[in-house]
Design a protein around this ligand. Structure first.
Ligand code: NAD
Length: 296
């Protein structure tokens, strides 16, 4: 497989890169944050001074794990980007959660110089990035997918090819819609219970195994009762994903009224200074709305 390029060594990228090193792959890495690069190099990776140098030094595979569309655009098509030095036959696996519209746009530009792009965003958070058990949702060419599958399996417990390029990020947006609305529903229901003088913890026990039960409820309801909003998945990242939902839906003339509502709620949370709390802090939004506390 030769040397793999890895760009973006943040909360998620760093442990993912470490898992590849532990599996025996050689890596050439780049991040604008030098301490993150130093940490990965102390684990055996080599470093590059730009994304262009990563593309030049990497053999077949380059992986990106960046915050949003504009960062991936910069790394691929900006100054000192992958397009400047990338080689025909390479495969770019973008594992960032970005707009599927941008995935397709960048995939087209890369194809002009013979690079195949696949989009492969993840679900699972830092903990699963560390344990190498992420859920990876992939869009792209099947033969490119088959080639890079063994590499992705070192980072994820499940790796699912959903469709063409862009389908990975569409899947991630669907995930973020369902999670955001689900958490809001839990917070809304529990705050009604509290307002009515019924213990939300007892409500949770009564309904968790029924149809209303969900992984979201299991994870977030106890946090709301404890007032524990340590991330987890931060409100500002979820806002970014829901903006991408709206942009994608509007481009298709689609309608996502519940997502728009949850986005508004998350923006209020962020404006209240909670942008770095876990998205379960939608509980705080409802506490303010109803002048009540879910704790107790
Ligand atoms: P992060 O902000 O911790 O890391 C991003 C890294 O990219 C940083 O180290 C930053 O310095 C680097 N970077 C930014 N611009 C760059 C550039 N132009 N060139 C080189 N490096 C650059 O973000 P994260 O939490 O690791 O998330 C990465 C992606 O994964 C996001 O799209 C996020 O939505 C998604 N995601 C995150 C989580 C989570 O729990 N954190 C869970 C699932 C998916």
């Amino acid at each position: 497989m030769g040397t793999i390029g890895f760009i973006g060594l943040g909360i998620m990228g760093k442990p993912m890169a470490k898992n590849l090193l532990n599996a025996g792959y050689s890596l050439i890495v780049y991040d604008i944050n030098k301490p993150a690069v130093d940490e990965i190099c102390s684990c055996g990776a080599k470093y590059a001074v730009s994304s262009a140098e990563v593309a030049k030094m990497a053999d077949e595979i380059i992986i990106t794990m960046l915050p949003n569309s504009c960062h991936v655009q910069d790394v691929v098509a900006g100054k000192n980007g992958i397009l400047e030095t990338g080689k025909a036959g390479q495969i770019l696996i973008d594992m960032s959660s970005i707009s599927p519209i941008i995935s397709k746009e960048l995939g087209g530009k890369l194809a002009e110089i013979g690079i195949t792009m696949i989009d492969a965003p993840v679900s699972g958070g830092q903990e699963k990035a560390v344990s190498g058990t992420l859920a990876i949702m992939v869009g792209g060419d099947k033969s490119a997918f088959d080639k890079v599958l063994p590499v992705m399996e070192k980072m994820g417990a499940t790796v699912t090819l959903v469709g063409e390029l862009g389908a990975g990020n569409i899947t991630k947006l669907v995930n973020q819609i369902i999670v955001g609305i689900n958490i809001s529903a839990v917070a809304e229901g529990m705050s009604l219970a509290k307002k009515a003088g019924v213990d939300p913890r007892r409500v949770f026990e009564a309904i968790r195994k029924g149809l209303a039960g969900s992984q979201c409820m299991e994870d977030k309801a106890p946090r709301m009762f404890e007032g524990n909003y340590e991330p987890g998945f931060r409100v500002n990242l979820h806002i970014k994903d829901l903006w991408n939902v709206l942009e994608t839906s509007r481009a298709l003339c689609g309608s996502v009224p519940l997502t728009a509502q949850v986005l508004e709620m998350m923006i209020v949370l962020a404006n209240d200074g909670h942008e770095n709390l876990d998205h379960g802090s939608l509980g705080l939004y409802y506490e303010k709305l109803n002048n009540t506390s879910l704790k107790g």
